[in-house]
Design a protein around this ligand. Structure first.
Ligand SMILES: [Fe+2]
Ligand SMILES: [Fe+2]
Length: 278
């Protein structure tokens, strides 16, 4: 039987982490801002981590948007293949300690791949990785994760956002890190997978957390434009769909360092009242 939420939250040693999948455009940001108070009341997460690689008009992120997410109580922002779409983010990636780009990008590229955030003395390390299949990443996720984990030695929990196209790479990373980190969550495909579980060694895992954006489009894009592009095979203008926005992510509960007790999917439509108000 599920424990009462109030008792589960706040007990010494017990905490929860809300991880939110790729925020797509303004509609994704508004959906996050509208859903977050409801989710805070429901789960009282100690940490909120979001993937923000599509937060600016569907591609990349700007300092202003990152600041807005942090002001809303987001503890850390992860990114992915669209990290460098907006030039203005480059210096911000070096200066703002709460935002990470894939650790296994080249060392010469702006930004860092790990960060540590703290809540009531509990330290959560966050690592962003990029898959190497069909995505551009200068170094191997599988070798570089060891360097990243060394950087995070001594933290209480570690969450890894494995931003990858191929399910095989994400599943393999889950097994590779099982028993060594609190959670491995996949992002990038924008479609949530039905395989959330705690692996035998105690690491929470999901192949893809999904996106926070319009379910009425094609992974974020207006569906007419996506279909037109596939039909004609010609260059097509892509705009972010506004239809049927949902927040998608996972809630991870923990009671021991570097281990998870449970992982559950969070799939929530944008609350209708606030959608009308905007
Ligand atoms: Fe994405
Ligand atoms: Fe991506």
């Amino acid at each position: 039987m599920a424990e009462p939420e109030a008792a589960a939250a706040g007990r010494p040693g017990e905490l929860s982490i809300l991880f939110v999948g790729d925020i797509v455009g303004g509609i994704g940001r508004r959906t996050l801002l509208d859903c977050l108070p409801v989710l805070r009341e429901r789960y009282a997460p100690e940490f909120v981590v979001v993937n923000g690689e599509n937060a600016a008009g569907g591609l990349g992120i700007t300092p202003k948007i990152a600041d807005q997410l942090i002001a809303a109580g987001v503890d850390a922002i992860t990114l992915g293949n669209h990290t460098y779409h907006r030039r203005e983010i480059y210096p911000y990636l070096d200066a703002q300690p709460r935002i990470v780009r894939p650790f296994n990008f080249l060392r010469s590229q702006p930004g860092r791949g790990t960060c540590v955030v703290e809540h009531d003395g509990v330290r959560l390390g966050v690592v962003n990785l990029s898959g190497n299949l069909y995505l551009r990443a200068g170094r191997s996720a599988f070798t570089e994760i060891e360097v990243a984990l060394k950087e995070l030695e001594g933290v209480d929990h570690v969450l890894v956002d494995m931003h990858a196209e191929a399910t095989s790479e994400k599943v393999a990373m889950g097994w590779h890190l099982d028993g060594r980190v609190t959670a491995v969550v996949g992002t990038h495909t924008h479609v949530p997978t039905a395989d959330a579980r705690v692996l035998p060694g105690g690491t929470a895992y999901i192949t893809d957390a999904g996106m926070t954006g319009p379910r009425g489009g094609v992974i974020g894009v207006k569906r007419e434009q996506a279909i037109e592009s596939l039909l004609t095979q010609m260059p097509t203008r892509f705009e972010t769909s506004e239809e049927d926005p949902w927040l998608m992510g996972v809630l991870i509960r923990c009671s021991q360092p570097l281990r998870a007790d449970s992982i559950e999917q969070v799939l929530m439509p944008r609350p209708p009242a606030s959608a009308e108000a905007r």
